[in-house]
Design a protein around this ligand. Structure first.
Ligand code: ZN
Length: 236
């Protein structure tokens, strides 16, 4: 389907915004999540809740929402020894990458996404990789994604198009994009129903959403939200 898309949808802020972006742009949009034994598995539970909220609050935008898929990639947990999949303190390593880094994770995700898109006849693959204000994961970089698109198209004899609408956006810009796509209702749904915290903590609701408030993902989310609000105030 030339006008069909598959969105890598984890249940976090970025992929929720990507889902809204894809729904505005493509006639038919399916979603894909991965279960790889992540500590923040609560994120997976947020997927259904966010989609239900989207259908309820932004029905026009959600009109093209199609099937959801969830793939079990538990093997990633066997391959990695990181703070994302086992109980360890999240900290920065000597090479500047956080110890949440799972080597090549996004390459694996995109390969499975393309295999599913192939089977479902979907041409467009949308993912929330971003090289602006994140942790320098090499598999989130624009060059990596472009190289993956070439490799997948050669290896599967397809003409997939990989879209990364957040690649050049920081978190504040990602909130502004959500506002443009679905107004305050979408912003509220993302605040309430998505999850970013690495520790899977949803015990406390902050102004910027749920989370432990101290891990790198929470810090980034809070900072982005405050910048977004600040710019908002400056505008009005
Ligand atoms: Zn946290």
């Amino acid at each position: 389907m030339d006008n069909g898309a598959l969105v890598l949808f984890s249940g976090g802020q970025d992929s929720a915004t990507c889902l809204a972006w894809a729904l505005e742009r493509f006639a038919h949009v399916e979603t894909l999540g991965f279960d790889y034994g992540q500590r923040h598995r609560i994120e997976l539970a947020c997927r259904d809740r966010f989609k239900a909220a989207l259908v309820r609050d932004c029905p026009t935008l959600a009109a093209g929402l199609g099937d959801d898929h969830c793939l079990d990639l538990a093997v990633l947990g066997q391959l990695s020894d990181t703070a994302l999949t086992r109980t360890a303190e999240i900290r920065m390593r000597e090479d500047g990458l956080p110890n949440t880094f799972v080597p090549g994770r996004n390459l694996v995700f995109l390969t499975f996404a393309a295999a599913l898109a192939y089977r479902r006849g979907l041409r467009h693959i949308v993912a929330g990789m971003c090289e602006t204000d994140y942790s320098g994961y090499p598999d989130c970089r624009d060059d990596t994604i472009k190289a993956m698109q070439v490799a997948l198209n050669l290896g599967m004899e397809r003409r997939f198009v990989l879209h990364t609408p957040l690649m050049r956006r920081d978190k504040a810009a990602t909130w502004r994009l959500a506002e443009r796509l679905g107004g305050q209702r979408l912003v509220e749904d993302i605040l309430e129903e998505t999850h970013s915290c690495y520790l899977g903590d949803r015990s406390e609701r902050h102004a910027w959403g749920y989370g432990c408030g101290t891990c790198p993902a929470c810090n980034l989310r809070r900072k982005g939200w405050e910048e977004y609000l600040g710019q908002d105030t400056a505008r009005t």
